[in-house]
Write a protein that binds this ligand. Sequence first.
Ligand SMILES: [Zn+2]
Ligand SMILES: [Zn+2]
Length: 146
Amino acid sequence: MSKFVRFCRNCNENSNNESSLRGKGYSIYLPEDKYICEICGEELIDLSMLSLDYDILTNISNDLRFIESMIELSERNPIEYQLKMSQFKINSSSKQENNTPKCPHCNSTNIKPISGLNRGASIAMWGIFSKKINKSFECINCKYTW
Ligand SMILES: [Zn+2]
Ligand SMILES: [Zn+2]
């Protein structure tokens, strides 16, 4: 299967179907030797973007402008492109872990358990009226505790 996204310039220029990525001339996972467009019969070219990356991106958004700006970036600035892709890969893999505790206030996963020592210290400092009693997590992002 093709390692890179294959692109039909003819379909891209002539398609009015803005909502369909496939209709705009992008194909992935084609047979290695397939360089002829199924739709118009013109020659396909390999883009710098991996089929795998394209898959990840279309899972995030089907917005044509988003995909095309990433394709443009992969051609123009491969280093920045790789950086962005690695962030998307982290995001898409962390999405699958639904058990990660999250801040109920800002949805950040950047949280820490409030240790017994900290609780003790806060009770000692603020007395029995401390708001931290009975709470066990603190959000590092927005400082919310619950
Ligand atoms: Zn075509
Ligand atoms: Zn928060």
